[in-house]
Write a new protein. Structure first.
Length: 158
């Protein structure tokens, strides 16, 4: 939601507050006599608005550190109530659903075989690139997620 500067009723100047609105403000109006104070208040509010807008438009979520994944090769993370298995293979990071499509087994407790992940329960293998089931008894693919690596952060599009 966009934010707008609001002054409490009856106040001609002083500190206001940032409130949610339904429209995107083009500029902020600050009722203050001090021009320099108004400039810095507008600057502070604009920075606050831009950080909120960036969070609203950024579809990727930081879920783990690359160092932790390099150590374990397979890792289960739980952003936004989802179970996602992260895999590190030959310098590439993959993100897939942590549940096997055949049974509700945690794929992060399985093993890696090249760019495939093997279910620990019945041995079904899934391609990490597209989620396709390669072996029976699983027939349905698992969901894959786009991944970004920025420095030591692993970011997944949910």
């Amino acid at each position: 939601m966009p934010y707008q500067y609001s002054t409490p009723p009856g106040e001609k100047c002083g500190l206001g507050k940032l409130v949610q609105t339904t429209s995107i403000p083009r500029f902020f109006i600050v009722p203050r006599d001090d021009i320099i104070g108004a400039f810095y208040t507008n600057l502070r509010l604009l920075r606050q608005y831009n950080s909120v807008r960036k969070k609203m438009t950024d579809p990727f979520t930081t879920v783990a550190s690359l160092e932790a994944l390099k150590t374990s090769k397979l890792l289960c993370v739980k952003p936004a109530g989802l179970r996602i298995a992260l895999a590190y293979v030959d310098g590439k990071v993959f993100a897939v659903d942590d549940s096997c499509s055949h049974e509700d087994a945690a794929l992060s407790k399985g093993s890696l075989h090249g760019e495939c992940i093997k279910c620990p329960l019945h041995g079904s293998r899934f391609d990490l690139n597209n989620g396709a089931a390669l072996d029976e008894p699983a027939e349905d693919p698992i969901k894959t997620y786009p991944v970004q690596v920025e420095g030591d952060d692993i970011r997944v599009m949910l």
